[in-house]
Design a binder for this molecule. Structure first.
Ligand code: NAD
Length: 419
């Protein structure tokens, strides 16, 4: 049995999978495959030199973890953030393998990271950093090898620079080497709203099993970026009340519902959410205990912990961030009968739409928004149903259900390839 260490995301991933592994009696034949699952095929560390605008040279450390390519190329985002360690990158790459298996697409796990606070870089410095990342990793990347995408603090423009650098090195336009690109250079329609919209579709699907709806529910959301910001706008449009919002600048609350369109209009003009007039500013330690029906962590890992899980008053946690709940916190939520819709199901749209983007790039034929949405809804419905029914038939919670669905596919593929 692994050591309990909730601060280490790789340990958390192992503990969560161990639980699913033990729930399913047939998995006993896959002991070897299970043991191998926690070792990425390779984790590459690189040193990236950037000539800063003031003429000095700064060296940044970057990583790419390639977890497994058993059923297809490696796939996963690149994050630019100042706080990271190699274990975190490895854990995120394992999660990508699990996530792609839950939704049953032929791509497997990878993840990248550069230790940097991108807000401290100019546009020119950021572009150099992005291009050097590709130069150092070129021979390990590619449309049939490893296809990165955006993650925390990376964007479509960064993917466009990276794809451009890759294409230059490759000697031909290779749009399928990176996904999450702008539409002008081979991006897919439906990408921007991707993760948040999928999460809300999944929530609707799960709520529909008990004849419930999103409209009228009170929601609190941690994170106002690509995922949390769009989730706030979509919840608002669906008739839910967003009663709490938090990000790096602080936390705000209004029990009657925050004015989401106005907050995000102001945010686009450079205002902080805490600058919103007429809202209550609260301490981060009180955020998750706000009265609500649905809690949406959409920022970083390990945010719901033993310290705050017991204070959550909602009935549902919709995990749009990756790994936001520690193993022990998960058990507290389960004991309080709080339904956790796990990250590996709830935030998988990014990778599904990335897959659709890749199909479009590789066939050089582009889909309408309606076609993207129809394919996504079909994929989501199947995945949510597999997870829900598997959890029900094993009398376990949704996270274990999702892991069982994924592990079944992974073990079969590993065994068939003789791994
Ligand atoms: P982002 O950089 O756009 O936003 C991150 C948000 O978290 C920001 O609002 C930031 O202020 C907030 N934040 C950072 N530290 C915080 C703290 N200590 N307390 C409260 N808020 C804090 O990133 P994103 O793309 O929205 O990603 C958010 C999460 O969703 C990550 O876990 C990411 O891995 C996951 N995710 C992203 C995608 C995607 O397509 N962007 C897909 C799947 C999963």
């Amino acid at each position: 049995m692994w050591k309990q260490n909730t601060n280490n995301p790789l340990e958390n991933a192992k503990l969560q999978m161990q639980q699913a592994f033990e729930t399913h009696p047939d998995f006993v034949q896959y002991q070897d495959q299970f043991a191998k699952l926690f070792y990425p095929d390779r984790t590459i560390e690189i040193s990236i030199p950037v000539r800063m605008d003031d003429g000095t040279l700064q060296i940044f450390t970057g990583y790419r973890s390639q977890h497994s390519d058993i059923r297809g190329p490696y796939k996963g985002g690149i994050r630019f953030h100042q706080d990271v360690n190699a274990d975190e990158v490895k854990a995120l790459s394992v999660w990508m393998t699990i996530k792609t298996a839950v939704v049953d697409i032929p791509l497997w796990g990878g993840k990248g990271w550069v230790i940097v606070d991108p807000r401290s870089l100019s546009r020119n410095e950021l572009e150099q950093l992005s291009r050097w990342y590709v130069r150092w990793l070129y021979k390990y990347l590619g449309k049939d090898t490893d296809i990165p995408a955006p993650d925390v603090n990376t964007s479509g423009s960064i993917m466009a620079w990276m794809m451009d650098e890759y294409s230059l090195l490759n000697g031909e336009y290779t749009p399928g080497s990176f996904t999450g690109k702008p539409l002008s250079v081979g991006g897919s329609l439906g990408r921007k709203e991707a993760t948040a919209q999928w999460g809300i579709y999944v929530l609707e699907q799960i709520l529909s099993y008990s004849w419930e709806k999103i409209a009228g529910k009170k929601v609190i959301i941690q994170g106002t970026g690509n995922v949390g910001g769009i989730a706030a706008e979509l919840f608002h449009k669906s008739g839910a009340k967003v009663v709490g919002l938090s990000d790096i600048d602080g936390c705000i609350a209004d029990e009657n519902g925050l004015n989401i369109p106005e907050i995000f209009k102001q945010k686009k003009l450079g205002k902080k959410i805490t600058d919103t007039p007429g809202v209550k500013k609260i301490d981060a330690s009180d955020f998750f205990s706000l009265e609500s029906d649905i809690v949406v962590p959409a920022a970083l890992e390990n945010q719901i912990t033993v310290e705050n899980a017991g204070t959550i008053r909602a009935k549902i946690v919709l995990e749009l961030a990756n790994g936001p709940t520690t193993k022990e916190a998960d058990e507290i939520l389960f004991s309080k009968n709080i339904l956790v819709i796990p990250d590996i199901l709830a935030n998988a749209w990014g990778v599904v739409v990335s897959y659709f983007e890749q199909i479009q790039n590789n066939t050089n034929h582009y889909w309408t928004a309606e076609k993207v949405d129809a394919h996504l809804q079909e994929t989501m419905k199947k995945a949510a149903q597999w997870v829900y029914e598997t959890a029900k038939s094993h009398d376990t919670f949704l996270r274990s259900g999702a892991y069982i669905v994924a592990l079944q596919r992974i073990f079969e593929a590993m065994a068939d390839r003789g791994k």
